[in-house]
Ligand binder design. Structure first.
Ligand SMILES: *Cc1c(COP(=O)(O)O)cnc(C)c1O
Length: 375
């Protein structure tokens, strides 16, 4: 079955006596044992598994073409689960422009237990130079935040395979609709399901998907069940509900993203547009080989520095000035002031999560905001 069909049917896992078409929210924390001492319903205690979470894990496994999935309470928890599964003293290679929350996690929580290098993963020869005897993992993120850099997953998979390393791909910006890293050679995929998978800015979640159920995966499952940072059944229900429209939402995000990028690239107040769908984006050719669409995330550099950037984000009406991404509503953000004084993000950069409003309204809104800039 194709993704659109799986998204709607693969989560309808368990029979319900009331013959529900949509699986109910199952709030029970504990499940009955039968006379033989077993659990004929398939669940024992809801930290270990519960019907809504199992349904969510099943659908995502299917959509990512993996062997199993593990749902967690946030994207950062998903990252933390992977890092906790590594032996202390292990070395990992991560992107220089890694999602800042995960980079901070590595640099603070794991500073004493893991060794790490933050490297430009779009430079494959450079990556090879960082492999050490204790290197166990390459953590990739593509498209990346906020410059929308595209990392060649196939090329990284060749390196990890020949060196016995694990390749993880944070595929949040792509969603399972636009990119399936496991089919390109990744061992693990990570999503912040708070973003496109949830899609409505109303639920926090993270998910890991594995290519195979190996020893490392068992460690991850153990951290989920025994560590216990699991999503509530209601959150899983919301994500399952969202996934049913994921493919169609992503089509709209891609269409609007491309149209807004095409408009902005021609605007005299705009210095640069970072969107992998534009033919002169450095990752465009790679993106074409590993993504089925270019998504709804883009960043721009505006003329007039930080002051102009801040004026524009204050001036737009339809783009809510807020962090996060992937929702039906458009969001806009002056990144440098979020990331703090140490940021390498250009001061005149604006990051945009293009929502599903009508594109003409979005462009008109930008037109009026950009017209207020003195140039
Ligand atoms: C948001 C995000 C995360 C973290 O996810 P949370 O759900 O906020 O914990 C990780 N990676 C990327 C690329 C993200 O955008």
């Amino acid at each position: 079955m194709r993704a659109e069909t799986l998204a709607i049917h693969a989560g309808n896992l368990y029979p319900v006596s009331t013959q529900d078409v949509t699986p109910p929210i199952n709030l029970s924390t504990t499940f009955l044992r039968n006379e033989e001492g077993g659990y004929s319903g398939g669940h024992m205690y809801s930290r270990i598994s519960n019907p809504n979470r199992s349904a969510l894990e099943k659908v995502i496994t299917e959509l990512e073409k993996g062997a199993d999935a593990c749902a967690l309470s946030s994207g950062n928890t998903a990252g933390m689960t992977v890092f906790q599964a590594l032996k202390p003293g292990s070395h990992i290679i991560a992107p220089d422009d890694m999602y800042w929350g995960l980079k901070m996690q590595l640099q603070t929580i794991f500073a004493d237990t893991l060794q790490m290098d933050f490297v430009d993963l779009t430079d494959i020869d450079l990556v090879k130079q960082y492999i050490k005897p204790n290197t166990v993992m390459i953590w990739a993120e593509t498209p990346s935040n906020p410059l929308l850099k595209i990392t060649d997953i196939r090329a990284l998979a060749e390196i990890t395979r020949s060196n016995g390393l694990t390749l993880v791909c944070d595929s949040t910006f792509a969603s399972p609709s636009l990119q399936n890293p496991i089919t390109l050679g990744a061992d693990l995929v990570m999503h912040s399901s708070t973003k496109y998978i949830g899609g409505h800015s109303d639920v926090l979640g993270g998910i890991l998907i594995t290519a195979k159920k190996d020893e490392f995966w068992n460690k991850i499952r153990n951290i989920q069940a025994v560590g216990g940072a699991v999503p509530a059944p209601f959150d899983c229900f919301l994500l399952l509900r969202s996934i049913k429209t994921l493919a169609y939402r992503m089509r709209g995000h891609c269409e609007n993203g491309m149209a807004l990028a095409t408009y902005l690239v021609k605007h005299p107040a705009v210095e640069a547009v970072y969107y992998p769908g534009l033919p002169d984006h450095p990752g465009h050719e790679t993106a074409k080989t590993q993504m089925t669409g270019f998504g709804g995330m883009l960043s721009i550099l505006v003329k007039g520095g930080a002051a102009a950037a801040r004026q524009i984000v204050n001036q737009v009406k339809l783009f809510a000035q807020a962090t996060s991404l992937g929702g039906v509503e458009s969001l806009i953000e002056h990144r440098a002031s979020i990331e703090g004084p140490d940021t390498k993000t250009p001061q005149n950069l604006i990051r945009i999560s293009v929502g599903l409003e009508h594109i003409d309204d979005l462009i008109a809104d930008f037109e009026q905001a950009l017209s207020t800039i003195n140039r």
